[in-house]
Design a protein around this ligand. Structure first.
Ligand code: PLP
Length: 387
């Protein structure tokens, strides 16, 4: 029997075998709570701080600017709420900037956190991307106002794979006196990323998107950015995120990031882009019902995640495709994994102006470390057999 083919790396990348081994070893050697004074605690603290240092090196930031937490969702909510509240307290309620700009196609973790600020008196404006899946500097410039406090713009879009020019957007936000938070959950490990070069004020990351354990994440906060912690308690993570740290999880996260970075530098991005382009060519050559959701630019690895292939398939519903492909041995999703149970077209496709009947046939194929040429050929055949 043919082996199953997993093509949903955007939802979760299977835990790398190296990380499985490292986690087993970490769970047997890390015995203490990293906040305690005796030897077991000191060893756990040492391991945690080493993981922070290693992770910071892959992100090009200082270790003390990184805070561990439970994943991308927590990181996004903590940053958006924390910065909004911190800024309001710092500026005083009467003089406070209260305008927030949120890219309309943000992941719900960011979108819903930003929208919830409306309940506290903030004015939240959704900024639409262009049809190609990018927030343009011109659009942001036109939306920025003297009272804009915060801009949220994700580095890589999780349903489309488009990689935004965050450095340009951050420069514009800063010129207007605003802060920029970037959700880097999808981009981290898939494109080269330097927080120093992006110059964002805050960013969020998640381990399970790059072959690390689920339930582990981190956020970056530039020193001096106003912030009010959301999760209170024992004062861990320098008071910004209370709660006993998952030391093996942090170690697994840092190691996964190092492995992915080494593979990117060795040409993994180019390999995935070639596979993806080959698959798309095969599909479009054999069926006029299949097309990419957004144009895939030729300089693929810089402006589009190399292994991501977002498709619109005419005349068949996403859910039907997902279930039929599942029966045929393939794991793909109809949109983002988090919202793929919904029958409504995703807010991402709607934000691009894609009509409901087109969006109904959305399919997200995402390749990763274990994907081979043969997998892509078999998948192409299977998808075409449904049409
Ligand atoms: N942000 C983006 C862009 C994502 O794709 C995801 C996960 O799907 C998240 C945030 C949430 O991350 P987590 O699953 O670690 O909570």
């Amino acid at each position: 029997m043919n082996r199953r083919v997993y093509l949903d790396y955007a939802a979760t990348a299977p835990v790398l075998p190296e990380i499985q081994r490292a986690l087993c070893s970490a769970y047997t050697t890390t015995l203490g709570n990293a906040s305690t004074l005796y030897r077991e605690g000191r060893l756990a603290r040492q391991a945690l701080e080493q993981a922070r240092e290693d992770l910071a090196a892959t992100l090009d930031c200082a270790p003390q600017e990184l805070y561990f937490c439970s994943g991308g969702t927590e990181a996004a909510g903590t940053l958006i709420e924390g910065i909004a509240r911190g800024a309001r307290e710092k500026q005083g309620a009467r003089r406070a900037r209260t305008h927030v700009i949120c890219a309309a196609f943000e992941h719900h973790a960011v979108l819903d956190s930003a929208l919830s600020l409306r309940r506290s008196g903030f004015e939240v404006e959704l900024l639409r991307p262009n049809r190609a899946g990018y927030i343009t500097p011109e659009a942001l410039e036109a939306a920025l106002r003297p009272d804009t406090l915060l801009v949220t713009a994700m580095l890589a879009q999780n349903e489309l794979g488009t990689v935004q020019d965050i450095a340009a957007l951050a420069a514009l936000a800063h010129r207007a006196g605003a802060l920029l938070v970037s959700d880097c959950v999808q981009a981290f490990g898939k494109v080269l990323l330097s927080l120093a070069a992006l110059d964002v004020d805050a960013a969020c990351f998640s381990a399970h998107k790059l072959g690390g354990p689920c339930g582990v994440g981190a956020f970056y906060l530039k020193p001096g950015v106003p912030f009010r912690p959301r999760q209170l308690g024992g004062g861990q993570e320098r008071g910004l995120r209370s709660g006993t740290q998952d030391v093996p999880g942090a170690q697994g996260f840092a190691l996964a990031a190092e492995l992915q970075l080494a593979e990117l530098l060795a040409g993994e991005g180019e390999r995935l882009a070639l596979l993806r382009d080959g698959l798309l060519a095969e599909l479009t050559r054999n069926s006029e019902r299949v097309r990419p959701t957004v144009p895939l630019p030729p300089d693929n690895c810089a402006s589009h995640l190399p292994g991501y292939l977002p498709l619109l398939v005419r005349g068949i519903e996403s859910q039907t495709m997902v279930l039929r492909l599942d029966e045929l041995g393939f794991a793909v999703s109809g949109g983002s994994a988090c919202s793929s149970a919904s029958l409504e077209p995703s807010h991402v496709l709607t934000s691009l102006g894609i009509a409901k009947d087109e969006a109904d046939g959305a399919l997200r194929v995402s390749l990763g470390r274990d994907t081979t040429t043969e997998d892509c050929a078999r998948f192409g055949e299977a998808l075409l057999s449904l049409l």
